[in-house]
Design a protein around this ligand. Sequence first.
Ligand code: ZN
Length: 220
Amino acid sequence: MKVTVWNEFIQEKTDPPVAAVYPEGIHTVISEFLKSDGFDVDTAVLEEKDHGLSEQILEQTDVLIWWGHKAHGDVDEKIVDKIQSRILNGMGLIVLHSAHFSKIFKRMMGTTCALGSWREDGKRERVWVIDPTHPISNGIDKYFDIPKTEMYGERFDVPAPDELVFISSFEEGEVFRSGCCYKRGLGKIFYFRPGHETYPIFFQPEVQQVIKNAIKWVAL
Ligand code: ZN
């Protein structure tokens, strides 16, 4: 199984607080923890030709992981068309955090994918497992906490998920559907909310576990 981790890879080079947490880029941290667990992983970034997603690479990719924030608009529609086609033909897609506004996620959802609210306050998020039978919650207890995060609040403008695995609650009272599963054509999509760029969230074992579980689920 081949996993491709895509990152726009901009803020890690331009924004010192982000560079302090992810000096080699978010994609590198994700690919390293996956490789250490035996996954076959490559990375791709926005500035590469075809954003690193040539027809051949997409053809060989079983699961595409997507992180973006500042440059969703710079992703070429023709590449989005090709990703969509691969998903409809069976490729899995994992969409992380601020990639809720990526072209490919909006395309696959058909809605605005806008947040009801958001606030960068560095407060705690509690990620509740609401489907303990789901393979994506495998190895996760009733909940896990992310000590410092950026809050996202409902209503999240997405279609009702085919399967809902996690709901997050935040210290100020907001809630968010933070682990949403969709089936589109022959492909599966998982949206996972955690992953703000100024906190070391992708180093957290529970977050890594969920991403590994999600790879296995979207690949099938
Ligand atoms: Zn964020």
